[in-house]
Design a protein around this ligand. Structure first.
Ligand SMILES: N[C@@H](CCC(=O)N[C@@H](CS)C(=O)NCC(=O)O)C(=O)O
Length: 202
């Protein structure tokens, strides 16, 4: 059975959410999120940069949440939740998956790290604001894409929405989603009402 090393509120939510959507069985293994544990030889053996999540399936161990999502779709997806590889729909699907982590989650992650690494009086507001602006640009891009469709790849929910849904969870922590982005707000309500999302974030 798939083992998902999990900390609530982290990117392991994506992997659990996907398994719940697909009805794939998994075991959740709680991880100590303290910097000390993440720096330990025990954890670095699973994730060399000390981050969450990690996933195991049989003798395979991987880090990077996007890779876990694609692996699960390849092995257990039965062609659900993503377009057929090699189609133009698949190109758009991959664009949004990569955008979710490489472009949108990047400034958000740095905001989280900045807040965690520095005491309130050591934080640099201009740096945080610059990262918030980068994240807002991403939210605006999503808002535009969602103007005439319910999900990022069209009328149907895909794993690109799972990748993006977690990034929106991070954006909400910083109050970056507001009425300037009505399509994103409506999209967020659709995503967060899904039973699989509720289970992954319970
Ligand atoms: N690109 C990685 C990012 C992993 C990541 O940044 N995880 C966060 C939790 S969601 C973490 O462990 N942060 C601790 C740190 O960066 O020190 C992925 O998608 O798995």
């Amino acid at each position: 059975m798939i083992e998902i090393y999990h900390v609530p509120g982290t990117r392991s939510v994506r992997v659990i959410w996907l398994c719940e959507e697909l009805g794939v069985r998994y075991e959740k293994i709680d991880v100590d999120f303290s910097p000390e544990f993440r720096a330990s030889a025990e954890w670095r053996a699973l994730n060399p940069v000390g981050k969450i999540p990690v996933m195991r399936d049989g003798d395979m161990t991987i880090f990077e949440s996007g890779a876990m999502v694609e692996y699960i779709l390849d092995k257990y997806g039965k062609e659900r939740l993503r377009p057929a590889p090699g189609t133009s729909e698949s190109g758009v699907y991959m664009q949004w998956c990569w955008f979710a982590e490489a472009t949108f989650a990047r400034p958000l992650g740095e905001m989280v790290n900045h807040r965690r690494a520095f005491a309130a009086d050591e934080q640099v507001p201009a740096v945080v604001e610059e990262m918030a602006d980068r994240a807002r640009l991403c939210i605006a891009a999503l808002d535009q894409a969602l103007e005439s469709q319910a999900y990022l790849c069209g009328p149907d929910f895909t794993a690109a929405d799972i990748m993006t849904g977690y990034s929106l969870m991070l954006a909400r922590r910083f109050d970056l989603m507001d009425e300037k982005y009505p399509n994103v707000l409506a999209y967020w309500h659709r995503l967060s009402a899904r039973p699989a999302f509720e289970k992954a974030t319970a």
